[in-house]
Design a protein around this ligand. Structure first.
Ligand code: ADP
Ligand code: MG
Length: 694
């Protein structure tokens, strides 16, 4: 399609900015740059109607006088504007000369902008201003689009208004019709309007009803093609890749189950193991996501899955995001396995080169059965004899490329189990992991008491200290978590180190350990072990302990400046307690001044322990782009118009339609499906292929 440099009002400089800042290169890209909001310009306001928190308004009137102050960068122009009854100040910091030269008193203007209150008076900074005689009558102005732009674009006078002017003629030119991207039978079935009408009305809506219809159609199109792409890839993989067959349940698995397991498996653990067992017997490569709330016993499922591999002559590997966590897996897996005789090793960044030699060798000759490690296992020097099963713990902590490297250690892909304690809401899982099978552990081991959560303000600290002392006297241990160390001074935050000092002063008779990300691995491990062995009663830490740490005797989690944490992070942190049989507590400490979102987060935490409920709430509050668990890898595609928090229902419908179509025509070869094949091949970002990257 047409390069934008040649469009009216664009030129090489603006074209470059549009490309760099928004990835816009063609007229089609511009058409797909949808407005993020609309402002109704079909009505004029009177100044006496202005109240707090008003959106954009337009007022008709005259400027009574100008007042210019300051020079150069401090220059400022104020105009007193009246609608004939009341007055308001219009303020300019930039473009003062232009306004002075072109805008005059005693002429009728229409001003447009967002009023703000200052010192009890309203003003509008940098309003749009236009001669009243030059504007079309209000009923023709209708809904005006607003476009996202970047800071750099705004500084180069490429703001929403200019974008609107660039896009307007393109929209005019397509009114004769653009090629449809959805097949007619889908438009009909879901009563969707065509692409031409949708694009016209998404930019310059004739009325609210057509805007709504345009939105529906474009959202559907977006979600449908994401699903179609994911599902087609997974169908292709099903047909073309084979996996190792673990035909038998053997000696290690059976005797572990009979003689070594210290407790009964929960019903959910058994069910998930059956699901995994079924997968690995099929001859297809397993790609399974295991979701289970913190403390639900995922490690055990991982271990028993790895034993299935070992019993079939394969090696297995479990990878964890931090050294602390990998070490903890190693310790607990070794103790679970006891004298069963399965050869297990730990490989992390701090294992010395000398100690690596035998590990590397035993991996290559197949003597070593289970490797537990961090990113260190990805290094090229780590070669397996026959890697049959890979478990990735807390998968969201790993980048896509890292996971792909593990997969490539074999010619034939190993079975893959990715585990996460950050439950992903259903709608998000469907888009993000559209082609993974999902297992859920929805049951905690018996005897756990639900954690009691409280939200306290700073003024309760005295009482809290008394409570900490009581818990320690009962033999329990306590975590105190801080958001960051040495946060910028501007922010008035509790600081880890001063917190540590004050805790030591408050509890001179107890031992306090301190763990944070900046410690050397050995020191971190030492401080960690003090707490794990029960020698330290209190551990002061940053979020390094967020993931996976398991000290069942710890019964109190105190979270300082809790307002600084996201919901799922709070939930993760809380999951560090409540792992033993004792009643556990989580205390959220915050400032008095809280925004409404923060207050909601605290309320949700106090109300529920259910990870799924929390992640749904998180999705609603923050939107999917920010959701923890997706932050690092990001969504594998960009959503321009659909919103996973709001459009879950439509996503399911779109997925259903995509499935139905692929069922009959997996490669979209039929005539009536061609349009979809073409559209898929045009999609900018190919969705991730989890089969090869997990
Ligand atoms: P997570 O799912 O958060 O990784 P873990 O695997 O660390 O949870 O398990 C949490 C704790 O629960 C561990 O101490 C583990 O030994 C224990 N556990 C796991 N399964 C059971 C069970 N079926 N019955 C009792 N305790 C269990
Ligand atoms: Mg875990």
């Amino acid at each position: 399609m047409q390069k934008i440099t040649y469009l009216p009002g664009v030129g090489p400089k603006k074209a470059e900015l549009l490309d760099k800042e928004l990835g816009i290169r063609t007229a089609e890209d511009l058409l797909r740059h949808y407005p993020y909001k609309y402002v109704d310009r079909s009505r004029f306001y009177y100044l006496h109607e202005i109240s707090n928190d008003m959106p954009f308004i337009q007022v008709k009137g005259q400027i009574l006088r100008f007042d210019k102050t300051g020079e150069g960068r401090n220059e400022r122009l104020t105009a007193i504007f009246t609608d004939g009854q009341k007055t308001i100040e219009l303020i300019w910091f930039k473009g003062v000369k232009y306004i002075c030269d072109n805008i005059h008193t005693k002429m009728e203007y229409v001003i447009f902008g967002k009023p703000t209150a200052f010192n009890g008076k309203y003003n509008i900074v940098h309003p749009e201003i236009e001669l009243a005689s030059k504007l079309p009558p209000p009923e023709q102005m209708g809904l005006q689009p607003f476009y996202n732009t970047s800071e750099r674009m705004k500084n180069s006078y490429l703001n929403s208004k200019i974008l609107q002017k660039i896009i307007f003629p393109i929209v005019q030119s397509i009114k004769t019709g653009v090629p449809e991207t959805l097949p007619a039978f889908l438009l009909q079935r879901f009563a969707l309007i065509n692409l031409t009408d949708s694009l016209v009305n998404i930019h310059f809506p004739k009325n609210a009803d057509l805007l709504n219809k345009a939105r529906q159609r474009l959202k559907f199109e977006e979600l449908f093609y994401i699903q179609l792409s994911i599902l087609r890839q997974s169908k292709w993989r099903d047909l073309h890749t084979t996996g190792f067959v673990f035909g038998q349940i053997g000696h290690n698995f059976n005797s572990f189950f009979k003689d070594y397991l210290p407790f009964e498996l929960t019903g959910a653990q058994k069910r998930v193991l059956r699901e995994i067992r079924a997968d690995v017997a099929t001859g297809k490569q397993m790609n399974r996501l295991l979701q289970g709330d913190v403390g639900s016993g995922k490690t055990l499922v991982a271990l028993m899955s790895m034993l299935m591999a070992v019993d079939n002559g394969f090696q297995a590997c479990i990878m964890a995001p931090t050294e602390i966590l990998a070490t903890q897996h190693f310790v607990s897996i070794q103790s679970l396995l006891g004298d069963l005789g399965v050869n297990v090793a730990l490989l992390t960044g701090s294992v010395t080169p000398k100690k690596r030699i035998p590990i590397h060798e035993q991996l290559r000759n197949g003597e070593l059965k289970i490797l537990i490690g961090t990113h260190a296992v990805l290094e090229d020097s780590v070669q397996f004899f026959n890697l049959g099963m890979v478990v990735i713990d807390e998968q969201h902590r790993f980048g896509v490329e890292q996971r792909a490297r593990l997969w490539r250690k074999n010619i034939k892909p190993p079975h893959i189990l990715v585990m996460t304690a950050t439950p992903i809401p259903r709608t998000l899982a469907m888009t993000l992991y559209g082609d993974l099978s999902v297992s859920v552990i929805d049951e905690l081991p018996p005897g756990r008491k639900p954690i009691e959560t409280y939200h306290y303000y700073e003024n309760k600290r005295q009482g809290l200290n008394g409570f900490i002392a009581k818990q320690i006297e009962l033999g329990r241990q306590v975590y105190v978590v801080y958001p960051l160390i040495q946060e910028s001074e501007k922010m008035d935050l509790s600081n880890l180190e001063t917190g540590y000092e004050s805790i030591r002063q408050t509890f001179p008779n107890y031992k306090v350990s301190m763990v944070h990300g900046k410690l050397k691995a050995a020191e971190k491990e030492y401080q960690m072990q003090l707490f794990v062995r029960g020698e330290a009663q209190i551990m002061v830490a940053t979020t390094v302990i967020e993931v996976g740490v398991n000290v069942p005797n710890a019964s109190v989690m105190i979270i300082e400046s809790a307002q600084r944490f996201g919901l799922s992070q709070l939930h993760q942190l809380r999951g560090r307690v409540g792992r033993g049989a004792e009643q556990s507590f989580c205390i959220l400490l915050t400032d008095f001044k809280l925004g409404s979102d923060t207050r909601k987060r605290m309320e949700i935490m106090v109300r529920t322990n259910d990870g799924f409920e929390i992640s749904e709430a998180d999705l609603q509050l923050r939107g999917p782009g920010d959701l923890e668990g997706t932050q690092q890898s990001g969504l594998p595609f960009e959503l321009k118009i659909a919103n996973l928090a709001q459009d879950g229902k439509m996503l399911e419908i779109a997925r259903g339609a995509a499935l139905e179509i692929l069922e009959l025509d997996p490669q979209l070869e039929k005539i009536e499906n061609r349009v979809m094949a073409t559209q898929l091949s045009k999609m900018k970002t190919n969705t991730l292929n989890w089969g090869s990257i997990s």
